[in-house]
Design a protein. Structure first.
Length: 291
């Protein structure tokens, strides 16, 4: 914040830093509990990469200096109350997050924004399609075209009838009782987003299509040799779930006094959960896919 004395700020760093963002900053893609090199497609145990160790060491250093509070500034999950307070009072020195754009609109005259490096996983927004075995493929395709090109039909499917299932206030969607209405899961499943009414919690509440293309074409986007890869997880479901649980278990590892031993412990727990098998199988599939 302009002219801020950080020694007098309660929450100098507020962060919703995730493993996805850490991976992107480090030149990797976080996928099913692993780090995949964007340049080579090699797969790694996250705790065995130098980049992860360096970032955790930096976070620990900032934590020890008091830049992150014990309960107030969260590294792997942003508490909404803290975020709202910081936004209203402008009491922060650094904000790391994918918080909705409406927050940026309120503080854009007082901050310098830098995009966090990222990589795309897929070239499509979701998995919407028509089965080749569908008896009415042409009609289904026509229906999909209407949903994606005509806002009236997309809004009916995603939100229902205006004035009955939702209301618009200042262009944003709310339930009839006044709560924020956001069909996040429906957006995720169908891929419908650009042409439906926004929620204040959407990452791109205005100029969605144009903003998305601007972000995708920015310098923050990292090139990826595995763009479009999808792992066949059949037979690996239990191991993948287990390694993801390890990552979640050690999400506050930077609070440990002996970080080096803690990282070694996390790496061993990752392997014990079946991490080596996940890394090996994913690497095999990527090599096959790239060839």
């Amino acid at each position: 914040m302009d002219g801020a004395d950080l020694s007098q700020v309660d929450y100098p760093i507020i962060s919703g830093l995730s493993f996805i963002q850490i991976a992107g900053m480090s030149g990797y893609l976080y996928y099913y509990g692993t780090f995949i090199s964007l340049e080579t497609g090699e797969v790694f145990n996250p705790y065995e990469t130098n980049e992860m160790k360096e970032i955790l060491s930096t976070i620990q250093l900032l934590y020890r200096k008091g830049f992150w509070g014990e309960d107030d500034g969260l590294v792997y999950g942003m508490d909404s109350g803290v975020a709202e307070q910081a936004l209203s009072e402008m009491e922060f020195g650094l904000w790391i997050s994918s918080y909705p754009n409406y927050a940026f609109e309120q503080m854009q005259d007082h901050v310098l924004c830098v995009s966090i490096p990222f990589a795309l996983m897929n070239t499509v927004s979701a998995g919407t399609g028509v089965s080749r075995y569908a008896p009415n493929k042409e009609a289904a395709l026509e229906f999909l075209a209407l949903l994606y090109t005509n806002a009236e039909y997309g809004n009916l499917l995603m939100l229902g009838e205006e004035g009955v299932d939702y209301v618009l206030t200042d262009g944003y969607t709310y339930t009839m009782s006044g709560e924020i209405k956001r069909p996040f899961l429906a957006e995720l499943v169908t891929g419908l987003f650009d042409n439906i009414y926004p929620s204040v919690w959407d990452d791109l509440p205005v100029n969605r299509h144009e903003t998305r293309l601007e972000i995708y074409g920015s310098d923050a986007r990292r090139d990826s040799v595995i763009l479009g890869f999808q792992m066949n997880t059949e037979g690996m479901e239990d191991q993948i779930e287990a390694v993801c649980e390890v990552v979640e278990q050690y999400e506050d590892i930077w609070k440990r006094d002996d970080l080096e031993s803690a990282i070694q412990e996390a790496a061993e727990a990752y392997r014990a959960a079946g991490g080596d098998q996940v890394v090996e199988e994913m690497g095999r599939q990527i090599a096959e896919w790239m060839n």
